[in-house]
Design a protein around this ligand. Structure first.
Ligand code: NAD
Length: 305
């Protein structure tokens, strides 16, 4: 494989003032991209703001010989999203790459979680990705080129105690990316999603006992750089990545049980009688679109059983 380069490409990385976003911004810049370093500059729970975090990363990129511009807007508002993408256009003339990375936590068991905690987390992760992706996608569509990376989480894919708000928002991003990649395909816009595992200020309390040096944020960014490069043919995929491992994660379905409703309608008892078959993962399949799923049932019906 020849060197993966991003020369001439313009990238926006949200939440790039620290943690994973900073590592992504530094690597994309090192590979030749001009980078907008966005960060609100607040704390892990999303309170506060400041320019220092984004500015420091811009300085780092420039000192290493790269090109970067800072943006301090919040992804959580539509105006913020537009201003972030505008910074790319005003500073570098276009946008090719968007890394939706900004995030916060407001953890609590579901009984103790206020509506405000739910809404704030969804506003940053789910609506925040919408707020940045909408203006970026419109420009990418017009130029028939775009690479978008979404950041989900193991919490969204597999669940975690105390993170119902975060899990809901994070799996929402997978649905967002899966549908957008279908619309974007004809405009050469790829959408992929990563579920990182890394020691950052966000996870240091959650990953106690795990050796932090083995889970450096820098170990996530090579996958991100690959996904936004012209070497990457994948779109609509989800990758679990951390500590040097990259794995494909997917939502699929078991072969399931089937009864022809014209001959014998499913009943709750039929479900109970077939639950082992329904749960059996032998022959598990991964539909690439909702239509694949419908087609499977139509084919079963046509099989005449
Ligand atoms: N670290 C992990 O193991 C892990 C696991 C799963 C998912 N993630 C996700 O990865 C992303 C990066 O997290 P991290 O671990 O680097 O944590 P982090 O706290 O170091 O980074 C998040 C960054 O987003 C910025 N930010 C927060 N709200 C913002 C807003 N409204 N607008 C703009 N910037 C904002 C913060 O200032 C911060 O710099 C997040 O989406 C997080 O949910 C991380």
């Amino acid at each position: 494989m020849s060197n993966i380069r991003l020369d001439g490409k313009v990238a926006v990385v949200t939440g790039a003032g620290g943690g994973l976003g900073r590592a992504h911004a530094l690597l994309l810049a090192a590979r030749g991209a001009k980078v907008v370093v966005n960060d609100l500059g607040g704390s892990v729970d999303g309170t506060g703001s400041g320019k220092n975090m984004a500015d420091l990363v811009v300085d780092e990129i420039k000192k290493a010989g790269g090109e970067a511009a800072a943006n301090y807007d919040s992804v959580a508002t539509a105006e913020g999203g537009r201003a972030i993408i505008d910074t790319a256009v005003k500073s570098f003339g276009r946008i090719d790459i968007l890394i939706n990375n900004a995030g916060i936590l407001r953890d609590k068991s579901f009984s103790n979680m206020s509506e405000e905690m739910w809404d704030t987390v969804c506003a940053v992760h789910l609506k925040g990705a919408y707020n940045c992706t909408k203006p970026a996608y419109d420009l990418m569509k017009a130029q028939s080129y775009g690479r978008i990376v979404f950041t989900t989480s193991g919490t969204g894919l597999f669940g975690n105690f105390g993170q119902t708000n975060y899990g809901a928002a994070k799996l929402g991003l997978v649905g967002f990316a899966n549908s957008l990649r279908q619309e974007g395909a004809k405009y050469n816009i790829h959408c992929n999603t990563i579920a990182p595992i890394a020691m950052t200020r966000m996870t240091e309390g959650l990953m106690q006992g795990v050796p932090g040096d083995l889970f450096a944020p820098e170990l996530i960014s090579p996958l991100v750089a690959y996904l936004v490069s012209d070497s990457c043919a994948q779109s609509g995929e989800v990758f679990v990545v951390g500590g040097g491992m990259v794995a494909r994660a997917f939502i699929g379905e078991t072969q399931g049980a089937y009864t022809n409703p014209k001959k014998s309608e499913p009943t709750p008892e039929w479900v109970a009688d077939n639950i082992d078959k329904i749960m059996n993962t032998d022959g598990y399949t991964i539909p690439k679109a909702v239509q694949d799923d419908t087609l499977k049932v139509v084919q079963l019906m046509q099989s005449g059983d």
